[in-house]
Design a protein around this ligand. Structure first.
Ligand SMILES: [Zn+2]
Ligand SMILES: [Zn+2]
Length: 196
């Protein structure tokens, strides 16, 4: 007798399979990393299952892909997370800007404290967070390691944490259920810095 085995195709995880994502938790120019961290967090999904949803091409999720339009399939992410194409597109930098952005995850502690990381934080020309006016950080304050800004199982498995020592970047984990939306001046500051 054959046992009823549920075949589970990693590449077909969609909201209809019971995975949900609340797009109202996103803010302007929120980075693809930030979006995927929220998705991982809300669905308790391991990083390797998320990484394989980012492109139709077969990839090694531990190696991963660059966080740019050239490698991430915008339509796949739009389908998998139920996000607007515009939101997915704005979560990455256009090619020219991507090339002159930081290869390391660059973050503002205060923004991460509310679960937000922006593509603006990756821009080398932006030294301080446009919202909080504090210096952007690339290294872990606990172990000193820099995390490559690269979509793979390692990074996506560690939402808001250093993927090396697991220290929480903002000090405490953000409360995603009790967050308050970004204020209008914050949205304006981030939008201005994106095009500045
Ligand atoms: Zn900030
Ligand atoms: Zn660390």
């Amino acid at each position: 007798m054959t046992l009823p085995i549920m075949l589970f195709d990693d590449r077909k995880l969609k909201p209809s399979f019971g995975y949900v994502f609340d797009p109202t938790c996103l803010e302007p120019y929120e980075s693809i990393v930030s979006i995927l961290w929220k998705y991982a967090w809300q669905n308790r999904l391991p990083g390797h299952l998320i990484t394989v949803q980012l492109t139709r091409k077969p990839i090694d999720p531990y190696e991963g892909i660059a966080a740019c339009e050239r490698q991430v399939d915008i339509r796949e992410v739009h389908n998998a997370l139920g996000l607007r194409l515009k939101t997915v597109r704005e979560s990455m930098l256009p090619e020219a800007l991507h090339r002159s952005s930081s290869p390391w995850l660059r973050y503002c502690r205060k923004c991460l404290n509310v679960g937000y990381h922006s593509v603006v934080h990756q821009l080398n020309r932006v030294e301080k967070c446009p919202i909080h006016d504090i210096a952007l950080i690339t290294s872990c304050q606990n172990c000193g390691a820099c995390t490559p800004y690269w979509l793979n199982a390692l990074l996506l498995d560690a939402p808001y944490r250093c993927s090396k020592c697991r220290a929480i970047y903002p000090g405490i984990l953000p409360s995603l259920s009790k967050r308050s939306p970004m204020q209008k001046w914050g949205r304006t500051a981030i939008t201005r810095a994106r095009f500045g």
